[in-house]
Design a binder for this molecule. Structure first.
Ligand code: TYD
Ligand code: MG
Length: 467
């Protein structure tokens, strides 16, 4: 066994520290530091450089992209930055049960059309993997299965087969016999991934690693691996719902902002090439408290439905619960509504949720969420076919957002007829979409609800008499 020294690695943020402590000095999480045995490099270590070091003039290095293996699904290609790069190491992370193995089996079937795929399963038996593949219609003679945990055996198999793609499901079940620690420990996970990275680069075989995201301290989370791998893709989604989003958070070979959208069904996943349509199809028509907003994911606009429920409560402490939306942002929006519209939510619970399991991270949805709260509170639906775009400032002003034109085009394409947008936006106006510019949240309320909502400063501000 190789000699090692010990450092401590945080399973939450991947930060390293020399001394053990109850709290991670980098991310301040508690009880997340785990022993990490650093292997001392020896002469015969597997870590020796692949080729003797030689500096070359920058101008002599080829600028051409390595030929990528393209998959049948455009949604997958998009997140990968245009296909699978030979010799790359990608981490596909997500909660247990979200669909990682399913997604990778689909990917295997698509690559198998042009070469062998080695699927290494450390979690399931060959029979279980076959049953899933059968359900996905992904059985091909060129998909080879290896049910194995031993990293030495796995590396040998990859070297021997030189597949078009190797999949390791999952990195937490792999153990390097030359290392201390059990499967899933920080030492094992990090060192195994580093060894697979060297192998991938050496023989040019792309490797996909599955990584489970879990809060359990005994298993090293994917965070520990993010620095090592080339690409990190998170598979997100509510297990009880259909939509799954594959989000790139790091990509050495493409944009790290792209998402791919899929739907889980009886026969596995399907790509969703028009996510706005899929999301709008499930939306409750004109119910009080729903609003349609346009968020940008990477280069791509998405129409998303946000919902609010404002409910009087007799409890002394009111609740603010946000699903798919930042709860602090919700607090801010509620405060702006209270101050600028002279409303009071001090005795109401407010729940907000984003349809389809989407997570909104953009302030461009602020105004839509604000209007959905007003709509539910007054039991007045928003008009059909209305898009609401705008960031909300603390004084109730509606701020401009980036790429407005793309958002409006997406709305027009999906048959929306009217859009409330921040005043002064210079975006082109797609035909078929009536655009109303609003300067404040008060103006937005009067524009969204054609007949008045009783009392409040916004009515005075908008110059409408109080009924
Ligand atoms: P899986 O890919 O095993 O998840 P992970 O590898 O991320 O742990 O898939 C998990 C869920 O997907 C499982 O609860 C059942 C569901 N599923 C379907 O709904 N349809 C299918 O065709 C398949 C294969 C799975
Ligand atoms: Mg799995």
């Amino acid at each position: 066994m190789a000699k090692s020294t010990i450092t401590y690695v945080c399973t939450d943020c991947g930060g390293e520290t020399l001394r053990w402590a109850g709290q991670c000095p980098h991310c301040q999480a508690w009880n997340t530091l785990q022993e990490f045995h650093v292997r001392k490099a020896s002469r015969d270590s597997k870590a020796r450089p692949l080729q003797p070091a030689r500096a070359v003039p920058l101008s002599e290095i080829s600028a051409e992209d390595a030929p990528r293996t393209r998959l049948a699904w455009g949604e997958l290609n998009r997140v990968l930055g245009g296909g699978i790069v030979p010799g790359s190491l990608a981490l596909i992370a997500g909660e247990p049960g979200v669909g990682k193995s399913t997604l990778l089996m689909h990917a295997a079937a698509q690559v198998a059309a042009s070469g062998t795929v080695l699927y290494v399963s450390g979690e399931e038996s060959g029979q279980q993997v076959r049953m899933r593949a059968q359900r996905l219609s992904a059985i091909a003679p060129s998909i080879l299965l290896l049910a194995e945990n031993d990293l030495d055996v796995i590396c040998e198999a990859i070297r021997g087969e030189l597949p078009r793609l190797a999949i390791i499901d999952s990195i937490q079940t792999v153990t390097d016999p030359g290392l201390e620690g059990s499967a899933g420990s920080v030492t094992q996970v990090r060192e195994s991934a580093a060894r697979l990275m060297r192998l991938a680069k050496e023989i040019g075989v792309p490797i996909f690693l599955v990584g489970h995201v879990t809060k359990d301290g005994s298993i090293a989370g994917p965070r520990v691996l993010e620095h090592i791998v080339d690409t990190v893709l998170y598979l997100e989604g509510d297990r009880r719902q259909e939509l799954r989003i594959l989000r790139a958070t790091k990509n050495r070979f493409g944009s790290a902002e792209e998402i791919g959208v899929f739907a889980m069904g009886e026969a596995g996943l399907e790509e969703v090439t028009d996510p706005s349509a899929a999301i709008l199809a499930t939306s409750a028509q004109a119910a009080p408290g729903t609003a349609i907003v346009a968020v940008l994911e990477g280069t791509r606009p998405l129409l998303v439905e946000v919902q609010s429920l404002v409910n009087k409560t007799h409890n002394t402490v009111v609740r603010r619960i946000a699903n798919g939306f930042d709860v602090n942002r919700l607090h801010m929006i509620v405060a702006v509504l209270e101050k600028r519209l002279e409303r009071s939510y001090g005795t109401s619970d407010i729940f907000v949720s984003v349809a389809g399991g989407i997570r909104i991270t953009e302030p461009a949805a602020d105004l839509g969420l604000a209007l959905s709260i007003v709509s539910n509170e007054n039991n007045r639906p928003m008009p059909d076919g209305l898009l609401v775009v705008g960031e909300l400032g603390l004084s109730g002003e509606v701020r401009r957002v980036g790429h407005l034109e793309r958002r409006l085009q997406e709305a027009a394409r999906h048959g929306l007829t009217r859009a409330l947008i921040p005043a002064g936006s210079k975006a082109g106006r797609p035909s078929g979409l009536e655009v109303v510019e609003v300067r404040t949240v008060a103006e937005a309320v009067s524009a969204a609800f054609p007949t008045q909502i009783r009392s409040g400063a916004f009515i005075k501000e908008a110059g409408i008499s109080v009924s």
